[in-house]
Ligand binder design. Sequence first.
Ligand code: BTN
Length: 255
Amino acid sequence: LPHKQFKLLGKGIHFYRVLSSTNSIARQMAKSGAAEGAIVMSRSQSAGRGRMQRQWFCPPGKGLLLSMLLRPQINVQFIPQLTLLTAVVVAETIKIVTGCASGIKWPNDILINDKKVCGILAESSFSKDKVEYVIIGLGINVNLAAKHLPPDCKETSTSLSLELGHNVSRIKLLKQFIISWDEHFQGFVKAGHPYLRSKWIGNNVTLGKNVTVTKGKDSSHGVAEDLSENGGLVVRLSDGSLEEYLAEDVSLRKS
Ligand code: BTN
């Protein structure tokens, strides 16, 4: 890979055949002082993790499983913006490498034809309001065949190869991801939330839709209207009021 071409990400890429979770290893590296921009990749994970304490499953060599280590000098409340930015970058990467259009389902799922092709998991450490590190992990289903999808995911998940009818190079995806990420991260650093919001809105499939948001035992119905500064989803509830939902608190269903 052309390391010199990369600005922040990808200066140090650590490839593994198998490990527990790229997020966990990136976190260990962060704790022992690794530089910002490091990437941890693996052909397979024995304990891949998803959001909401779920597992992330992917057969060896079939997905792009990576985590990046960031040390952004931002207020803690803005960390979700970095994961939203990553979703924008994944959608762009898929478009450039495969020509395939995808959409972001709030907050961070990338869908093709309404099925999930990529998930993003951010984990961070901070004291008071100062961010020590942020690990952003992503799992793209690249060359999974239908038989590789867990039975309970067959209806809801897909892979690039299933959608395209041919395999896709994981290295091409990695290289384009790094290039696109560097570009959009710079845009975000210069122009902040308005930059992110416009890019995210341009790629999303959630706004304008009827949604059910579930917070603990409470479910509410409404229409997704906007993306907030905190990376939250702004929903117009059935009683006409506007409510902001943060990703860590809610799960979202179409209704
Ligand atoms: C989700 O949709 O719930 C998020 C899934 C994130 C999966 C990726 S795979 C690489 C990185 N390491 C992990 O353990 N999880 C993320």
